[in-house]
Design a protein around this ligand. Structure first.
Ligand code: 2M8
Length: 438
């Protein structure tokens, strides 16, 4: 399986970036790149470092790390550079490489930490090279975290603000149904033809045209606001506080603070610990007592969004949870509302609880199991000392991936791979899990 996964990462590489998938996503996505770099580190540390360097080549002057860095030689994805037109609309955007103008969840410091850990186990000159590289990429990571703290931490809730569902990485998750219901497509939405539907066996596995109109309208809104968070807070018709991105920001800020300490940057470390503490507190403040899950907030109405999605496990990812709350969440995760639901082919948590009326087992982020998300959970569980739960999810995931198609997501009941096959981040997390199993 490791060899097959490694071949997929090699085949999806253009030499310096890894396409998120061979045809559906032929460019570099930001959070995909971080997971891909973790997988690459298990086989080729130099290539892992290059993956993140290539991603950060697209960083904006204000620290924003865009959710896509486009490969100028790749085609077949829409919306592409001529729809985003970032450098024409914002002085913060680089003129090359072409990028999108929105963000992805900030998992990058997790990747750097994992790459350093893998390099430490190798030792020798590779470790020295990786340490020197970490010193070089550190200021870019710091600028990214400062951007999030400055431009995206919501003053009221403390949660990371998103202006597009794509920014959550969980695009059409039912967690965003209520805020999207308030998005009205205005005049001036250019005519467009979707390209994504050509790359899946059944269009029911992708978001609907109705949803795509809203996705594209939000890109128009962002352009009209010059991709400025300040302006979007006044004009954006989709504004949510995302508990998952906030939790990731909390643990990533902790890890970056440790790197700052290692590099003797004490003031930075204190600043980053402060970001982590504030983000973690914001996540814990949004735990719904009744369900035990964290709830996102529609910042335009103030309403808590309580749909039972996998993002509700954000407190586990944030880390530093009181033991009783942590035990409750782990039991919930493995219990009958989630991974232990009797209908499931593999005991793994689906993206929406099978007990929720919003659950759709074959549609994208509305129900299928995403191995990359399971990896994030196994990583977080290990970090907080929940080794048994982490090992159970890891070994079950490896069984789920045994057909070696490395699907983008999986049908929870039939176990069939869905969406794109040969998805890079699925291959990448398999490599990391296999390293752990050794
Ligand atoms: C999916 O999102 C893109 C838009 O960013 C798409 O559907 O076109 C999501 O699963 C996202 O989380 C992921 O980063 C991206 C590439 O794998 O695909």
């Amino acid at each position: 399986m490791a060899a097959r996964a490694a071949y997929i990462l090699r085949d999806n590489s253009n030499g310096h970036i890894t396409k998120a998938s061979p045809t559906l996503y032929p460019h570099q996505w930001s959070w995909d790149a971080a997971f891909n770099a973790i997988g690459l580190a298990t086989i080729d540390l130099a290539r892992a470092r290059l993956e993140l360097d290539s991603l950060f080549a697209g960083q904006w002057r204000n620290g924003l790390l865009p959710h896509i860095v486009f490969d100028p030689n790749a085609d077949g994805y829409w919306p592409g550079p001529s729809q985003w037109e970032c450098s024409a609309h914002s002085e913060e955007a680089p003129s090359a490489p072409a990028t999108s103008g929105i963000i992805d969840p900030p998992v990058h410091a997790i990747a750097v930490d994992r790459i350093l850990a893998i390099a430490s186990s190798v030792g020798g000159p590779e470790l020295a090279r990786t340490e020197a590289w970490a010193r070089g990429i550190y200021p870019k990571l710091l600028a990214w975290h400062r951007f999030l703290a400055r431009d995206r931490a919501d003053k009221e809730t403390g949660l990371i603000t998103l202006f597009h569902g794509w920014e959550s990485g969980t695009d059409n998750s039912p967690r965003w149904d209520a805020p999207y219901a308030g998005v009205e497509v205005g005049p001036g939405l250019p005519l467009y033809e979707r390209k994504d539907k050509a790359h899946v066996s059944d269009v029911g596995q992708r978001p609907t045209d109705h949803e795509y109109d809203r996705y594209l309208w939000l890109v128009e809104e962002a352009k009209r606001a010059s991709y400025s968070s300040g302006l979007l807070r006044q004009t954006g018709s989709f504004q949510v506080g995302d508990v998952l991105s906030t939790a990731i920001f909390a643990c990533a800020s902790d890890l970056l603070a440790s790197l700052a300490t290692r590099l003797n940057k004490r003031d930075d470390a204190a600043e980053l610990k402060d970001y982590a503490a504030q983000a973690r507190a914001a996540v814990f403040c949004h735990v719904d007592e009744a369900s035990g899950l964290a709830a996102d907030v529609d910042l335009r109405t103030g309403a808590w969004l309580r749909t039972e999605t996998i993002a509700g496990f954000a407190p586990l990812i944030a880390g530093g949870m009181p033991l009783t709350l942590r035990r409750r969440l782990v039991s919930l995760l493995l219990g009958p509302r989630w991974a232990g639901h009797p209908s499931l082919r593999f005991a793994l948590p689906p993206s929406t609880s099978p007990c929720s009326p919003a659950y759709d087992p074959s549609c994208y982020w509305r129900g299928p199991i995403w191995p990359v998300f399971t990896w994030l959970l196994t990583w977080a569980l290990t970090r907080s000392g929940e080794y048994t739960a982490a090992a159970a999810l890891r070994s079950t995931s490896l069984k789920q991936l045994a057909d070696e198609t490395f699907g983008e997501y999986y049908h929870p009941v039939t176990g069939a791979p869905l969406g794109s096959l040969h998805q890079s981040w699925t291959a990448a997390v398999a490599l990391d899990w296999l390293l752990e199993e050794e």
